[in-house]
Design a protein around this ligand. Sequence first.
Ligand code: NDP
Ligand SMILES: N[C@@H](CC=O)C(=O)O
Length: 346
Amino acid sequence: MIYRLALIGFGTVGQALAEILLDKEERLKKEEGFEAVITAVSDKFKGALYHPEGLDLKQLLQAAREEGTLEAYPDTPGLVRGWDSLTAIRESNADTVVEVTYTDVETGQPAIDHHRAAFESGKHVVTTNKGPVASAYSDLSRLAEEKGVRWGFEGAVMSGTPSLRMPRVALAGNEITAVRGILNGTTNYILSQMELGKTLEEALREAQDKGYAEADPTSDLEGYDVLYKVMILAEVVMGTPLKREEIVRHGIRNLTLEDVQQARREGKRWKLLGEVRQGNGRLTASVQPVALPLSDPLAGIDGAVNAVTYECDLAGPITLAGAGAGPIETGFSLLIDLLNLSKGRP
Ligand SMILES: NC(=O)C1=CN([C@@H]2O[C@H](COP(=O)(O)OP(=O)(O)OC[C@H]3O[C@@H](n4cnc5c(N)ncnc54)[C@H](OP(=O)(O)O)[C@@H]3O)[C@@H](O)[C@H]2O)C=CC1
Ligand SMILES: N[C@@H](CC=O)C(=O)O
């Protein structure tokens, strides 16, 4: 079967997936038996394209990257332009919607509506968007199940590092009683750069240039991005939904260069930690910067790398470290969801 994809959003991550599919086409076919074409792309400002037989990925990337608009994609017979996101989801011949619009930390929209429209149309969804998973996990999972379609969202936490699949699949059978980690690539990159003497603003600009930051980086700096990831870990990995008001949240915005360098002199490093813990029959959760002693395994995690420790009743503590953000790493999270979907794996 050749998968037909509709990409909703064509920014950093959407383009990275197109690049991966282009670069690895032969290898994916030969080694994984996986073939996919992108038949629709709909992006808010770059424009939209649909071709039932598939778009040319090289020309698609060239139009977006060199011209900044899909208007630069050449006209071919059968090409349709201008569909908005919901039209592309409902009217295209895609069997799988790749939802890669921005994460709205207040409402989870428009991504929740994109998911509903896709599931209602009998289409699978793979996404890296935290909004729908954090705010509508149970409703959307139920709808996907009712409609007999699949939903992959590995990249919603820790990009291409399997922070959700590992506990759900490889650690199945354990009760996970606590999860604690560095869950945001942008702020970990910023804190590492501030230790080298850069200001928060300089380091943030670099993180934006490298494709780590959210469209609105307030979400990274003020801890909302981690708050969403903590909500996802609580519900998806620990089985208990938390409301955002139940989670203590502090970001790194108020940490100064002097705070960061003083901690270094004291043998400590500031890290933005997200934590969910079971105790007295309930979950408690927090997002806050902590000056960790160098003896803490999380203190050694640098740059856009993230790490998370799962406290398991049978296996003991298990720590996973890897990319927390980045275009290709996050594009990979979509690829692995697509591969698992194609093989009927969880
Ligand atoms: N970058 C990373 O490392 C990671 C990102 N994520 C998540 O992945 C998602 C995508 O991230 P990223 O690619 O970096 O973000 P970008 O901001 O680069 O891309 C998002 C794209 O979505 C488009 N868009 C916004 N609203 C709509 C809409 N209603 N219909 C169609 N297109 C729309 C934007 O259009 P325009 O710019 O033209 O307005 C933009 O091109 C986000 O939810 C993010 O939180 C998750 C893990 C890591
Ligand atoms: N902005 C986020 C992207 C991944 O979720 C981060 O920096 O971690």
